[in-house]
Design a binder for this molecule. Structure first.
Ligand SMILES: NC(=O)c1ccc[n+]([C@@H]2O[C@H](COP(=O)([O-])OP(=O)(O)OC[C@H]3O[C@@H](n4cnc5c(N)ncnc54)[C@H](O)[C@@H]3O)[C@@H](O)[C@H]2O)c1
Length: 253
């Protein structure tokens, strides 16, 4: 079992939404948490609300030097790194023909390259500590396609693949790496996307706390899981609902 007392965790995109809920859950498990985000005021307020075992540090996940500072700060404040949650993400809109190359690159840079940078720089610290857990927040968009957000879908599939590659490389160092695939969750990212849950077996949005509970389980309990996909999507990826034909008793021969 991962020992969290006297150790540190980093949650990117921790200022609000899913990241803030994950930070709250991790603090309760006894690890010191760095809330890392580009949103200074919201990030500082979130960390303040979590008490003395949380601090805010400004981080743009695409900035390698920023990552180095945040990892050093986490260890200086709370002890050897134990947990990295790659949660920071952005959503693009625009069809494959309409989206600008700059926007596509930006989404992939934040959602995928940013997470890679974090793993690239955190893995040696976890290796030095002797164990650790990395959780990458992907999406159902990392399990299936959606129209109008190609950069997001590509980045979330990439993050799922990156998770498996890292899990294979880091297992012998006692480091587990898993991906989480939420369906629609009530956060600022989905404000205005009101019909996203329509047609799901459970036709509702999830709450950030439900994602945080799953992440907490991965960190503290799922000791035999690595390279694994943890899905919470109200059944959205279970399959499609088909309308039965008019003659419902007809059998096909
Ligand atoms: N809300 C959903 O329905 C949903 C579903 C599946 C996956 N996700 C994923 O969950 C994660 C969290 O999303 P959320 O719904 O809480 O959205 P959100 O917009 O509320 O939170 C995202 C956070 O990431 C931060 N961020 C953005 N760019 C950053 C950067 N370059 N560096 C550091 N921080 C940055 C934002 O400032 C924000 O605090 C994202 O990766 C998102 O793709 C969300």
């Amino acid at each position: 079992m991962l020992e969290l007392q006297g150790r540190s965790a980093i949650v990117t995109g921790g200022a609000r939404g899913i990241g803030a809920a994950i930070a709250r859950t991790l603090v309760k498990s006894g690890v010191g948490v760095v809330v890392a985000d580009i949103l200074e005021q919201e990030g500082a307020e979130t960390a303040e609300s979590l008490g003395p075992t949380a601090i805010f540090r400004e981080l743009d996940v695409t900035d390698e030097h920023g990552w180095r500072r945040v990892i050093a700060d986490a260890e200086a404040n709370f002890g050897p790194l134990a947990v990295l949650i790659n949660n920071a993400g952005i959503l693009d809109f625009g069809g494959i023909e309409a989206e600008s190359p700059a926007m596509f690159r930006h989404v992939v840079d934040v959602n995928l390259v940013g997470a890679w940078l974090g793993m690239h720089l955190a893995a040696p610290r976890l290796r030095a500590a002797g164990d650790g857990v990395i959780v990458n927040i992907s999406s159902t968009a990392g399990l299936m396609g959606y129209s109008g957000m190609a950069g997001y879908v590509a980045s979330k599939w990439g993050l799922r693949g990156l998770t498996k590659a890292a899990a294979i490389e880091l297992g012998d160092a006692g480091i587990r790496v898993c991906s989480v695939h939420p369906g629609p969750i009530h956060t600022p990212m989905t404000a205005g996307l009101t019909n996203m849950a329509a047609g799901q077996p459970l036709p509702r949005f999830g709450e950030p706390e439900e994602v945080a509970t799953m992440v907490g389980f991965i960190v503290t309990e799922a000791a035999f899981s690595t390279g694994s996909e943890f899905v919470l999507d109200g059944g959205a990826t279970a399959g499609a609902t088909l309308e039965p034909p008019a003659a419902t008793h007809q059998t096909w021969q």
